[in-house]
Design a protein around this ligand. Structure first.
Ligand SMILES: Cc1ncc(C[n+]2csc(CCOP(=O)(O)OP(=O)(O)O)c2C)c(N)n1
Ligand SMILES: [Mg+2]
Length: 412
């Protein structure tokens, strides 16, 4: 496949330019490539609204996606705004519940709402999402009840939901592992003939989510090779929140993820991950191409993790408050609200009603979480295999007998 083929296949030629040019300096950090990336001034980044919600001019970079944004209705904008506000509120409850001892852990999505909601709303019902552990916003758009997420982090279930109920796979804590699952599933869709038929209810695609840190994993790179050679209908959605726990981007890669896609043989697109219109448009474009049989795309959503890595982390040990302050100005909810107000997509009453709904949902999920009963401990042996397994049966028996011994001693 020539460079030309790859660029033509993307339909978004401008993002590929220069990706194969040799680094001007050999060494650990070619400044010309890295510096442009670690800034939202990068001209290769797709954006539609600025930090105040003003619609940006159409330019060479966003032009391939402009029609998708123009086609969005007031109702589409309201759906996205409501998602952003409600999932931020649910996320805040998750954090508070962990601090109150109701959850074992909570990985916050704070700051990444636009990346997740834009990607999630671009998925069709028959598409399948493979998340990491922070994709609460994608889960929400797929219809996974937030109570199920809380149950998982409370440790009262082993996964939290039926993947096939919403085509939303279980959370994967092993970094990058879900990339392989996603590509395998996408190859399956192709083998079933559910790609490129032209039937909008039949053609399917997969979206695989990981973070900037995930791009260093072997599983991630293996998955991209497989996706490329099989032209799998898979969109890799990288949320570059600039940190892998305490590791900043500059310790993770020299060539940013969106430029690396080209080396695997398919297009990569950089999008402003705090701009919900841009994330939606870029994700929709890539998914449409995947469903049509045009193969994979990698999307790098440039965003920022506003909170700690998880509730077990203290980011003040490794990053400055000044950096966090800069990103507060790029808040996705303010940006969407500004855009909607300017365009007349909603009146103040709409925004008030969403805030009231957020209060109701927060109270609902908090109560549900506090009232979740502890499961029978032996249920951890269920669902290990589809059919009964003698080793698991033996282990279950030993476990039950062991605990029964405490009861005999007067314990629990
Ligand atoms: C295979 C593997 N190695 C290490 C870890 C420990 N670990 C948990 S989260 C994380 C960082 C992931 O960073 P990133 O992919 O950027 O995702 P983010 O947490 O920023 O959303 C690491 C190294 C793990 N869970 N799995
Ligand atoms: Mg990260």
């Amino acid at each position: 496949m020539s460079d030309k083929d790859v660029a033509g296949h993307s339909g978004a030629r401008s993002h590929m330019d220069g990706a194969f040019e040799p680094s001007p300096q050999r060494g650990p950090k070619p400044p010309s490539q890295v510096q442009g990336h670690f800034s939202d001034e990068n001209p290769e980044m797709v954006q539609f609204v600025d930090a105040d919600g003003n619609r940006l001019e159409t330019n060479e970079t966003n032009a391939p996606y402009a029609q998708i944004v123009e086609d969005m209705t007031s109702e589409d904008a309201r759906v996205i705004y409501r998602d952003l506000v409600l999932i931020r509120r649910i996320d805040a409850e998750g954090f508070a519940l962990q601090r109150q001892g109701e959850l074992g852990l909570w990985p916050s999505l704070f700051g990444q709402e636009a990346a997740q909601v834009g990607a999630g709303r671009a998925l069709r019902e028959q598409d399948y999402a493979f998340p990491g552990y922070r994709e609460h916003g994608v889960a929400w758009t797929r219809g996974v009840p937030p109570e199920n997420l809380l149950g998982m982090f409370r440790g009262v279930n082993h996964g939290g939901w039926d993947s096939n109920a919403n085509n939303f796979h279980l959370y994967t804590i092993v970094i990058g592992n879900q990339m392989l699952h996603a590509v395998g599933y996408a190859m399956g869709i192709s083998l079933d003939g559910d790609v490129g038929t032209g039937d909008p209810h039949r053609d399917g695609a997969v979206m695989a989510f990981t973070g900037d840190g995930g791009t260093s994993q072997g599983d991630f790179n293996e998955a991209l090779v497989f996706a490329a050679v099989s032209q799998a209908p898979c969109v890799f959605f990288i949320q570059n929140n600039q940190w892998a726990i305490s590791e900043p981007n500059e310790k993770q890669f020299i060539i940013p993820p969106y430029q690396r896609a080209r080396g695997f043989g398919f297009p990569g697109v950089l999008v402003d991950g705090n701009d919900p219109l841009a994330t939606y448009a870029v994700a929709k474009d890539a998914l449409d191409k995947a469903r049509a049989g045009q193969g994979p795309t990698l999307i790098e959503a440039y965003t920022y993790r506003m909170g700690a890595h998880t509730t077990s982390d203290d980011p003040t040990k490794y990053r400055s408050d000044a950096e966090v302050e800069i990103w507060k100005e790029k808040d996705p909810i303010q940006r969407m609200r500004g855009f909607m107000t300017e365009r007349g997509h909603a009146e103040p009453e709409f925004f008030d009603a969403v805030d009231a709904e957020a209060d109701e949902i927060a109270a609902r999920v908090r109560k549900a979480c506090q009232e979740m009963p502890d499961p029978e401990l032996a249920t951890m042996f269920d669902h290990q295999y589809t059919d009964p397994h003698p080793i698991v049966d033996t282990e279950r028996g030993e476990f039950v007998a062991y605990h029964a011994g405490f009861a005999e001693e007067g314990g629990q």
